[in-house]
Design a protein around this ligand. Structure first.
Ligand code: ATP
Ligand code: MG
Length: 401
């Protein structure tokens, strides 16, 4: 049945607005341009990564309602690449044009506590957590659950805004470090491996689910991701069903990434949700039938969704600012001599330690081959940062449980 708020698809020639002009906006904008859409973007940084692809850039904060109305007034549909958009801005945009993925899912997801409570109320599987209102709540959580991770409710990404604790006595310092305000405290679960599943859903309810990606983080930041995930069919099925159920229940109109932990006890738990393209699916641009960026454009424009088949095993490795802060500049030519690899840079001025500046991608004959190529490419590019990158660890054992 067609949704009454979406009478017809938004066709090429129309203008797509982006709240947020980082790399996710930029790569989606490239895909949208290829499909014949015009791009406008709003971002606090004048030199944002999406600027190069947009015909109009509005420099404003994500709580600037006037600027958001200005953006919405010239766009047929507005989407976002960051969830930290002020609710008044979401309302103002939704009152003037199509806001996709929709106000409700973004509102739930943008607050870590609200998100966890919503997932719990819906009966989705989660590790133990508490909403801490004071330092003693953090200490109590550690006493009850053992080692924990305290996370700020808003604005954390790439492991920022998080404090790891192993003793109750660390509660006060964690509370202070997170700004002495309400925060989420999660039990540190025993992770066997990490997965994500990306779901695309149109306003009229068409759904496409991507096969799970297997992901590796170092100090809370994604270092590599590979697809297929080399896991059992049963776990693939469970993870895909879980992600699809969440996307439908939350009513996403766009993309929803569901980050999961598989514990050493074989439990599948939701870590967190993202209502936008996701770093762990950058490999979809390589060996998959439809990249996540094109899929987002299709979803928000209510076009048919693209196929999600894996044609070639694909992997990515992130490039953080550290790569450009070494004595030696990156050895780009030597790195790209690894067959099957590609370099993706986001056009960000100013490399800072930990800042995502780009990624490497590779396709291979099997997932281990794709991962091996992308990691070899990384080693050649930046021998000086290999140790911190944790690149020597991965051997993709087939996980059968
Ligand atoms: P990103 O922006 O990369 O999604 P983030 O800042 O939102 O990261 P999380 O997804 O909460 O942070 O955590 C980043 C990583 O830290 C996880 O992928 C996982 O490796 C580890 N981590 C987070 N929470 C837990 C937990 N409760 N138990 C064990 N490990 C965890
Ligand atoms: Mg995460």
């Amino acid at each position: 049945m067609t949704n009454p708020t979406s009478p017809s698809p938004i066709l090429p020639g129309a203008t797509i607005g982006f709240l947020g002009g980082g790399q996710l906006g930029r790569m989606t904008a490239f895909a949208a341009r290829s499909m014949g859409y015009d791009i406008h973007v709003l971002d606090p940084e004048a030199a944002c990564a999406t600027r190069a692809v947009a015909s109009r850039t509005i420099t404003a904060r994500f709580d600037d309602v006037k600027a958001a109305i200005d953006l919405a007034s010239q766009c047929d549909v507005v989407t976002l690449e960051i969830e930290q958009i002020h609710p008044d801005v979401l309302d103002a945009v939704a009152a003037r044009t199509q806001l996709r993925p929709g106000r409700a899912p973004v509102y739930i997801i943008q607050d870590r506590i609200r998100q966890k409570q919503w997932l719990k109320a819906q009966g989705f599987p989660l590790g133990p957590f508490v909403a801490a209102q004071q330092a003693s709540d953090i200490a109590d959580a550690v006493r009850a659950h053992g080692p924990c991770i305290a996370k700020s409710t808003h604005g954390g990404y790439d492991g920022r805004g998080q404090v790891r604790l192993s003793e109750p006595s660390q509660g006060v310092d964690a509370w202070t470090a997170l700004g002495s305000r309400e925060c989420l405290v999660e039990k540190k679960v025993s992770i066997h491996y990490e997965l994500s599943v990306l779901v695309a859903r149109t306003p009229s309810g068409k759904v496409a689910v991507y096969p799970p990606s297997r992901n590796h983080h170092t100090s809370g930041v994604l270092t590599w991701a590979v697809v297929p995930a080399v896991i059992s069919d049963a776990m693939t099925q469970r993870a895909e069903t879980l992600a699809r159920d969440i996307a439908e229940r939350i009513g996403i109109a766009g993309l929803l990434a569901v980050e999961c932990f598989v514990t050493t006890d074989g439990e599948l738990l939701v870590n967190e949700l993202a209502p936008r393209p996701h770093n762990t699916y950058h490999h979809s641009e390589r060996g998959l039938a439809t990249s996540q960026f094109e899929q987002l454009v299709r979803a928000i424009c209510d076009l048919p969704l693209g196929a999600t088949d894996v044609f070639a095993p694909s992997a990515i490795a992130n490039l953080l600012g550290d790569v450009w802060l070494q004595e030696q500049p990156p050895h780009t030519s030597h790195a790209l001599d690894v067959p099957g690899t590609r370099l993706h840079l986001y056009g960000k001025a100013g490399a800072r330690a930990g800042r995502k500046m780009g990624h490497l991608s590779a396709i291979g004959t099997d997932p281990q081959d794709a991962l091996g190529k992308v990691l070899e490419c990384y080693r050649r590019l930046s021998p000086g940062t290999v140790a911190s990158f944790d690149v020597d660890e991965p051997v993709l054992s087939h996980i059968t449980s």
